[in-house]
Design a protein around this ligand. Structure first.
Ligand code: TRP
Length: 364
């Protein structure tokens, strides 16, 4: 069986370090591993509209931001198909058929949807489109026969829901065949990376909390953000013993620092454990740790910034990449949709047997 990746992001803002360690970095590694037959990376504008119906301009503006973020982290349009969800209208049609295979109660149990409803104060006013977006996400994944979906942990309920839809579809319409493919999620090995906290130490990086470091932030902006990061409020003087748990600077180091980072920027310590021990004992100031973190982050972001600057010079070319990717994606999705309709036997005009059988019925 082909190994196929599909994943994507809602274009509601620029992508940040949370996206990077949670998914983007891994995607680039998977892309360059050469192990996959096809890779589809989708800008989920239609999904973004499910909770931004009043702000289509926000979604529209951010398509190019997300595309630039993709290209700048090293997603290569020669190897990965970058596309826009709404262009592939087949996805909507698949969603409509899958909707019949999912109960309202099942959607209500989806933990990601539940928490998003709370976050948006949607309790009494959930748009139907938003409520059903897990089904549309199942279409995104199955339309490309994806076997592997690299995502953050928050997306696991979506993949589970997709797997259920696939099983149900195959059972109801498959006639013993696997028309749709059950995907597997691929989550970060380092669990810190699934949930990188904001610079304020709050649970998650989120644009509305203003606690993000963006991939497109320049060096000075990142310096300011890192130097004002949340640490251990009890660690006031350098001599004070400090806490590492819940200290965002150390959480970021958990996500980013390697032994090589120490060799390069802080050779007094061999590794992060030594640095943490010193901090816990006391005698290690926040500023020193933050400067180290800044070096580590900039080492990661510098090549990303350089690539971004190149692509920013030619925005029409970026749209062109998306257009070509979208056209190619549409061809793929159209094949699956045709198979789905054939399995459901609603491909009336292609079904010579059906037409003949109907004729015979009337001949009698
Ligand atoms: N729900 C994802 C997010 O919020 C975006 C997304 C849409 C997606 N369709 C997908 C991710 C299919 C993986 C697979 O970021």
């Amino acid at each position: 069986m082909n190994k196929i990746i599909l994943t994507g992001d809602r274009p509601t803002g620029r992508l940040h370090l949370g996206h990077y360690v949670g998914s983007l970095k891994r995607r680039v590694q998977l892309q360059n591993s050469g192990e996959y037959d096809k890779i589809f990376i989708m800008i989920a504008d239609a999904q973004a509209l499910t909770d931004n119906a009043d702000h289509p301009e926000k979604v529209r503006e951010n398509i190019i931001e997300v595309a630039l973020d993709y290209l700048s982290v090293g997603l290569d349009p020669e190897k990965s198909n970058l596309f826009i969800q709404s262009y592939v209208t087949e996805l909507t049609e698949l969603t409509f058929y899958y909707m019949n295979l999912v109960t309202v109660a099942r959607l209500e149990r989806n933990p990601t949807v539940k928490s998003e409803i709370q976050m948006r104060n949607f309790e009494a006013t959930i748009p139907v489109g938003f409520f059903t977006y897990p089904i549309s996400q199942a279409s995104d994944i199955t339309a490309f026969k994806a076997t592997t979906v690299p995502v953050g942990e928050d997306q696991l309920p979506m993949i589970e829901q997709t797997r259920e839809i696939v099983r149900k579809f195959n059972a109801v319409y498959g006639d013993g065949k696997e028309v749709l493919v059950e995907p597997k999620a691929l989550v970060p090995e380092n669990s810190i990376c699934s949930r990188l906290p904001g610079t304020d130490g709050k649970a998650k990086m989120s644009k509305s909390l203003g606690n993000c470091i963006y991939l497109s932030d320049d060096a000075e902006t990142v310096r300011q953000k890192v130097m004002s990061m949340y640490t251990d409020p009890g660690h006031i003087k350098v001599e004070d013993p400090g806490k590492v748990e819940g200290n965002a600077v150390f959480t970021y180091l958990d996500a980013f620092a390697t032994d090589e980072s120490f060799a390069e920027f802080l050779p007094d310590y061999k590794n992060l454990d030594e640095l943490k021990d010193h901090y816990r004992r006391g005698g290690l100031g926040d500023v020193k740790v933050k400067k180290f973190l800044l070096n580590v982050i900039n080492k990661e972001l510098d090549p990303i910034r350089q690539r971004r600057a190149e692509y920013e010079k030619n925005i029409p070319a970026v749209y062109d990449i998306l257009k070509k990717g979208s056209e190619a994606a549409q061809l793929e999705a159209a094949k699956t949709l045709a198979e789905v309709k054939a399995a459901m036997r609603i491909n009336y005009f292609d079904d010579a047997e059906l037409i003949q059988a109907q004729q015979e019925k009337f001949n009698k």
